[in-house]
Design a protein around this ligand. Structure first.
Ligand code: SIN
Ligand code: FE2
Length: 221
């Protein structure tokens, strides 16, 4: 029976850094694209999170999200009993969100280019933290003012099964394994496709520990 080591090798075999997998007409998984950025990225991320720590937010329907959230950039995505929205201020501190570190912005802009979206100018980076068991239900990213810019999503830590659906919640979804360093970009005709994340499996990532962190860059304002 394969042990944890065998699983790890299987993940590596799937990842093949540098590979670009097309998952939609204008959507790609860039395998391992963020791996070279990790050393620059993690200290910046720590600084952001010291200023605006992860917190669990409540949906308008009254459910507490299993993923904990933070943000950086001019706008941060929030949810509470009165709805989903972007805000200039962290509701916890009433202060502006931390500025988006250059390393994060550059990574997002280059990844967007790699997927065919030139001049991506993100003003919002949502930071999701998933512990084992946490998930993200199928949803569309549609609180942004315009949909002309793509969504760039960076996966760190524990692997996840990403669900990439269609334009209706009921459409069939592709199940895509995402690993530490993978980047997904969707935009254009795919910009409003439903997506989500299956419950994260127990595990310990050698660098990130027992969690998955996802950074989602968007142009919101
Ligand atoms: C999101 O859609 O906000 C997060 C997606 C992910 O965690 O991969
Ligand atoms: Fe999303």
């Amino acid at each position: 029976m394969p042990g944890p080591t065998a699983d790890l090798f299987a993940d590596d075999a799937l990842q093949q850094p540098g590979g670009r997998e097309q998952i939609g007409e204008e959507s790609y998984v860039l395998r391992g694209y963020a791996l070279h950025w990790i050393e620059r990225l993690l200290p910046e991320l720590r600084r952001v999170l010291a200023q605006s720590p992860f917190r669990q937010m409540v949906t308008p329907g009254g459910f507490t999200m299993s993923a904990a959230l933070s943000s950086c950039g001019e706008l941060g995505w929030t949810t509470d009993s009165s709805g989903y929205r972007y805000s200039r201020f962290d509701p916890r501190s009433q202060q502006p969100w931390p500025t988006m570190p250059d390393a994060l912005r550059e990574l997002a802009v280059l990844a967007a280019q790699e997927a065919g979206f030139i001049d991506f100018a993100p003003d919002a980076c949502l930071i999701n933290r998933y512990v084992p068991g946490a998930k993200m239900s199928l949803h569309q990213d549609k609180n942004e003012r315009r949909y002309s810019a793509p969504v760039v999503s960076v996966s760190l830590g524990l692997p996840a099964i990403f669900l990439f659906g269609g334009h209706e919640r009921s459409h069939r979804t592709q199940r895509i394994s995402l690993f530490h360093g993978d980047v997904v970009v969707w935009g254009g005709v795919d910009r409003l496709r439903f997506h989500g994340v299956m419950p994260i499996k127990e595990g310990v990532h050698p660098i990130m520990g027992s969690q998955r962190i996802n950074l989602t860059f968007r142009t919101a304002g």
